[in-house]
Structures are given as structure tokens and as C-alpha cells.
Design a protein around this ligand. Sequence first.
Ligand code: MRU
Length: 358
Amino acid sequence: MRDRLLAAEKVKAIDWRGEALYLLDQRSLPFDESWLAHTSAEAVAQAIRAMVVRGAPAIGIAAAYGVVLAARVRKAAGGDWVGALEEDFALLADARPTAVNLSWALNRMRDRLNRAKARADVLHILEVEAVAIHESDREANLTMAQLGVDVIRRHQGNAQTVLTHCNTGALATGGFGTALGVIRAAWLEGMIEQVYADETRPWLQGSRLTAWELANEGIPVVLNADSAAAHIMKTKGVTWVIVGADRITANGDVANKIGTYQLAVNAMHHGVRFMVVAPSSTIDMELASGDDIPIEERDASELLEVGGHCVGAPVQTFNPVFDVTPADLIDVIVTEKGIVERPDTAKMAQLMCRKRLH
Ligand code: MRU
């Protein structure tokens, strides 16, 4: 199946061209496909904050390239340039708080830097590491897609109607996608009858990005308001809810796009299976439970405005953009190291001891 998945890789959001990091501007999709060049850590951090690039794995990859760009700038300035890089690491780490892939990628870059400090070719070593982070996410996507398809096949076989939330496809990762990667692979295997895509208020990742990615591939997608999800589960024969993750804690709790938690509650009520697909770079074994995850709150304008026009009454707002789904609502977590059914602390610890499967 791997070759068929590779052949189906069409969209990409991150393009490292050596002299600069090019990011497909996700704010203007689906109508305008424009690429923005970034040559400094400041520019990359700003792109992450502003959602030019978004999705947990993608922001980790972008941050890794941000370190390479920062090292070039600092080295050219001379002095204790390696020490000065700490400011860039901090700037990039602060860009968004919830997805742990960001600090995971930065920690990998820092470790590599610490091991290479004395070497003349440290810039090259950092670039190789950033490319390796990007490539390993791409590989993880392919493995997860195959494992996810196996899980679906084991439980119910063909003609699945699935519901997904946010965007977890090529735009959110280094390759094929996480949750959307499983859905795309299942489609290639002839197992998908219908995909329902939540529009994903307030930023509309579902209507602007997921619907675009699926429609481009001819995968049958129906767009729905987030508030229609329970009704769809009750009336449309949904067999699986399949979502990604921004941080999974040691007990298997999952932070993902706001609205995921209510999907899991509804899925449990309607007997619909609930799958989370995420690379191990999304797993944070330092946090005991989802209660400890920092939840990003974004600007009121995301709620009060549509397309730059004010549509809401000017009242106080609350705009948390992630929520936490407790482990006991999750049927299976799919990672590139393997799957965890009915996750708990012991099973998560066991998973993290394993090597990658491919
Ligand atoms: O705010 P976003 O668009 O960065 O949020 C993205 C999500 O919540 C995704 O579901 C998650 O990052 C998994 S992406 C493979």
C-alpha cells in the first residue's frame, strides 16, 4: 500500500528550498494558493502565530527549519552566536502553546546543536536534522495510514461513513496526513462511502482546508456545521469519528481542535467508534493528564468577524481553540509506533518504549 500512498501525495504545505523556507499560506486557501518565503526565526514564528502554517506536526517542522535560518543569521553576526540562538529557540517555542510537536522539534534541534557545537559544519548538521524531522513525519504518516486502515478493516470492513474535524491532511503535516491520511488510505482501499467534514468554527479548517483536500482527490465529502455532528451520527450511519491530536498525555488524554471533546461524547452515546491518529512526536509523557495541557485562546475577532466583516455583537468573548478528550472516550490511538486500544497510562508507557514500526 505504501507505494500507492506515496503516489497519492499531491498537496504540500512546507517547502525547504535551501535559501529559504516556503510556506503555503493557509489563510487564503481554498481560493488562492500563494507561497510565502521566510528567511529568519522571527518570520517563521510570526507565520506559526498567524496560522500561515498550522497543524501540530507542520508547526514542529516549520520551527525546525526556523532554527536553521536563525543559526545562519546568528553565525553571520559573529560573537557567541550559538549562545545567542537560545533567544530564537524561545521565540519559536512561544509561537503557539498547545501542540507539543513544536517543543519536541525544537528539543531535537537543540540536542543536535549541543552535540555539534564545536564542529565547523554545524549549520549543515542543523539543516540535515531539520530535513530528517520533516522526512520522519512523512514516513510516520504513511505507517499510520496503513495501521489505521487495518484497524477499520478489522472492526467493520468496507462502506464506512466517517466524520472528521479540523484539518489533519497534507496541509497539517509533512506528508500524507494523520487522521485524513487514514481516511485517504481507506478511500484508496475502497473502504469509504462518505466523509462528513465539520466546518470547524471559528477558523474554518474543515470547510476551507479539509473539504478542499478531499474534493481535490475526488473523495466524497459533505460539509456540515459543527453543531450538526450529533444529528449526523444519529441519522447517517456514521461508523467512525477520526481526528488528529495536538498533544496526548501520559494517560492517553487527547488535546485537539475545539469541538473534538463533544464529538467523543456524542460518539460514545451513538455507539460510533472514535479514532485518534497522531505521530509519537505528539505524545507528551511529561504531563500526567490532559488537565495539565496549556489551551490556546485566540483573538475575539475569530468569533466576531467573518471574512473581515464584523457580524457579532461587541460583547466579551471566550475563544479556546483546543479542548481535551478524556482517554476513556477513545477507542484507539494510532501512532507510527503502533496502536493503543482503550488507552491508559500503562498502555501509553508500553507504546513509548517501542521503536517505530517502519
Ligand atoms: O489550530 P490548528 O489548525 O493548528 O489546529 C490543528 C488541529 O487541531 C489538528 O487536528 C491537529 O493539529 C492534528 S494535525 C495533523
